[in-house]
Design a protein around this ligand. Sequence first.
Ligand code: ADP
Ligand code: MG
Length: 733
Amino acid sequence: MSAVTLSTPLRTALGGKANTLLDKHLGLQTVRDLLRYYPRRYDVRGELTDLARLAIGDDVTVMAEVQTVTGRPLPYRFHHNGKPKHLLELMVTDGQQALRLTFFNQQWRQKELKPGVRGLFAGRVREFRGKRELSNPQYTLFDADSDAETVDSFAGTFIPIYPATSEITTWQIGRCVRQALDLLGELPDPLPPEILATHGLMDLRGALEAIHRPNSREQIAAARDRLTWDEALTLQVTLAQRRASAADIAGVPRRGGGGLLTAFDAALPFQLTGGQRVIGTELADDLAGEHPMYRLLQGEVGSGKTVVALRAMLQVVDSGGQAALLAPTEVLAAQHYRSIVAMLGPLAEGGMLGGDEQATRVVLLTGSMSVARRRQSLLDAAAGSAGIVIGTHALLEDKVQFAELGLAVVDEQHRFGVEQRAALTDKAGFTPPHVLVMTATPIPRTVAMTVFGDLDVSTLRDLPEGRIPIQSTVVPAAERPDWLDRAWRRVREEVEQGRQAYVVCPRIGGEPESAMQEEPPGDGSESPSRAPLAVAAVAAQLTAGPLDGLRLFILHGRLPGDEKDDVMQRFAAGEIDVLVATTVIEVGVDVANASLMVVMDAERFGVSQLHQLRGRIGRGSVAGVCLFVTDAPAGSRARERVDGVAATADGFELARLDLENRREGDVLGAIQSGRRSSLKLLSVLRDEEVITQARTAADTLVTADPALDKHQALSVAVAALVSTEQASYLDKS
Ligand code: ADP
Ligand code: MG
């Protein structure tokens, strides 16, 4: 047999039986897969597992000592086919807590399961008569001289406990791992020697040995460091190669020069901020380049991303191309349409009497538009008479065609799936368009470098001048009901001064319990047990009580599209005083005269949601006030989160707070939908330093050796990463 390598199929290395078990239950197919199936924890020989922590429903493996054993026949009604049933009941202990184990018709186990014997017991925890138990658990015992495997399994002090299932136990996995380690031939190291030396990392074989058969905690830690590096470097090399090959793809340069942008700039009623100017130049250069732009623009809420994007769109129109702007909601698409048409003025009246000579046409395309208007928009997009096409996901449908799509702008990216972005890109035919992705939710550096590793990033930090900071206050309604009364009086005062207010609720109302929220909070809120407050109910209460006489309207996602649009327009026109809404207003809505926001049940929203919501006010030159109403008790995690948002308006600071409040999977899950099966140790929460160093190292490597000809082992590891399902998300992001 040829030597076993990491790429050897498990069937060849370990035989059909082991392969079936590992593939079927754990999805492992090669020696690499198996050896990268790391222990979840290590038990120390002689130390028992803390039984207090076992949760009902978990598949667990515990090290415990048998305390009592009782065997008895079951009453006649449990007999089967005339054969008596026997119940063997054990209590095992960790020295403090006890756990019940039960076996049916297995009297013979009494011979080996004796009081004082220690072993590993595996099964699913269930509750029976108020006590936790494992029913028919699998087990393996220490010092049971009858079982040779057992002796082999527990040769060391540290016993690796693998993530197991009810079909395969940790010691079965461990046995396969040890067998594979013993068979493994020469093992080329994917990490170049310079990297090992610079970062003081152990070699691959040493690391695999140490993580599966450690002799000390220090060894385990060193092995994890090294194997974390493997993941970081392979990922970064993949992304570096992708960046390098993107730089080879030909795009259509859009150098501008048609006069539309110049005319727009001349008519702009304000000065661009420093950041807007710098990023404007970056985008202009990208668009003029030979390769498609692929850039992420992240900017503080209210920092003026729309103008930046619009100027880029105008440059493309000036070069004979079209631009598409994709918004996450109809409300936002319609608003973008109105504000862009307003900003452009006569420049948006192409082909119309009174329109400017340079003018283009801007069209809107959403699902709820009338058939006639839709048809006209489709025609304008396909014929090229519309320079700018604004829409929701309706833009992605097959029947939408562009004459010459040069730039796709995706606003508020966090609401968009990667597939949708890809579909938009496809509309440009064979030559990919330039792509600008915008987000007001700052993306932590580590996430930007992993999930968005092949995008260039621009960051807009400064706000337009003259903005007065928003004042945020937490209103603990349960403790201080008088504060809530004051909040409503405050709404009246604002309205009396000619200004407007939002009241935001977590729920629409009138729907079944299961559909309670339009958008679940991003970070696992802990809420009081009552149902979340609903738009309909709150609006009714306010009209009947504290806000009686004010022009109060509601807005939520279930209203028909034209009604939503109508309400939004009237709010923008100042014909509505108070808008009671769900998070439909969360992103992008821009009404400068709205100065006050009251968020009900604030603890039910995630950190970035609250920040986004708050960004709807204080957009003009009046001071904004945001009141976070909550019943969450002082000191609770939910309350701390709300307090945290109230305490700072810095989106980047909040992004960090948000990250701390989430679990790893949520962070990646919120941003991309792919499974992260190839990242086992690397954490975007903890491993910023490794990610940064690996990125630099990857750039150096790929620049010097683009095809990795001189780094064969690394090249193989990269290929393995790319071939996993993980690659599908890397491709699209
Ligand atoms: P966001 O970055 O949150 O999308 P917007 O693009 O909606 O922000 O801009 C917020 C508001 O600020 C808009 O009303 C816009 O017209 C205005 N604005 C943008 N840039 C400037 C500027 N340089 N000076 C003054 N107002 C600006
Ligand atoms: Mg915006």
